[in-house]
Design a protein around this ligand. Sequence first.
Ligand SMILES: N[C@@H](CCC(=O)N[C@@H](CS)C(=O)NCC(=O)O)C(=O)O
Length: 210
Amino acid sequence: MVTLYACEGSGNCMKPWLAMIQLDQEFEVKLIDVLNGEQKRPDFLELNPLGVVPFLEYSKDIRLGESNAMLWFLAEGTHLMPDAAAERAEALQWMFFEQSKLEPFISPARFYSFILPEQREAHIDEISQWLDRARPGLERLDAHLGSRRFMLQSGYSVTDIAIFGYVHVLNEAGIDPADYPMIERWIEDVTLTDKFQPLQNLGMSNAKAA
Ligand SMILES: N[C@@H](CCC(=O)N[C@@H](CS)C(=O)NCC(=O)O)C(=O)O
C-alpha cells in the first residue's frame, strides 16, 4: 500500500495527497502530529531523517521527501504531466519558483497567523516581513495567470497543484486574495477540476481516496 505521511492543514502535504486523489491512486494517509513533535521521534526519523512531512512511501524501495519531487514522480506518464520537453522544463521552473519565492514566506506567515494564532503577536514583525517578501512572487504569478487559464499552456497539470498548496490559503497568511484577481480566478478554476478535494479533507479517513 502506498503511504503518505502528512500533517493536517499543510499546503505541502496537500500536494501529493491531491495528486493521488486526482490520479485515482490508491493510498493511505498516516497523520503525523507535527505540533507535538512526532516528526522528530526515532521511528519517524528512521523513515525520513529530515524529520519533516510530507513523506511518501510508494514501495519498499521508493521513498521520497519534498512535496514537489513527489508530485513529479506521481504525475509521470499521466494527464497531469506535460509531454513536451520545453513544457516539462517550464513546469519545473514554476515548481522551483513556488519553493523559493512563495512557500518560504506564505507558509510561516500562515503558521503563526492561522495554525498557531496565539503566537501571532510574538511574531508580528516577522509576519510583516514574510508577507512583504511574498508579494513580488504573487505579482509575477498574477501577471502569468492573466494570460493563461492554468499554469501551463496545455492545461491543468502538476504545476497547478504545486502552486495551489499554499497560494490558495493566502488569506490565512494575512494577504487578501482580492489583491491578485487573476490568482483568485485561478484558485476557483483549480477547485473545479475533476475529483478536486479541499485541504480540510486531508485529515479525514482515506477511505474516500483509497
Ligand atoms: N520543502 C519541503 C518542506 C517540508 C516541511 O517543512 N514540512 C513541514 C510541514 S509543511 C514540517 O514537517 N515541519 C515540521 C518541522 O520542520 O519539524 C516540502 O515541500 O515537502
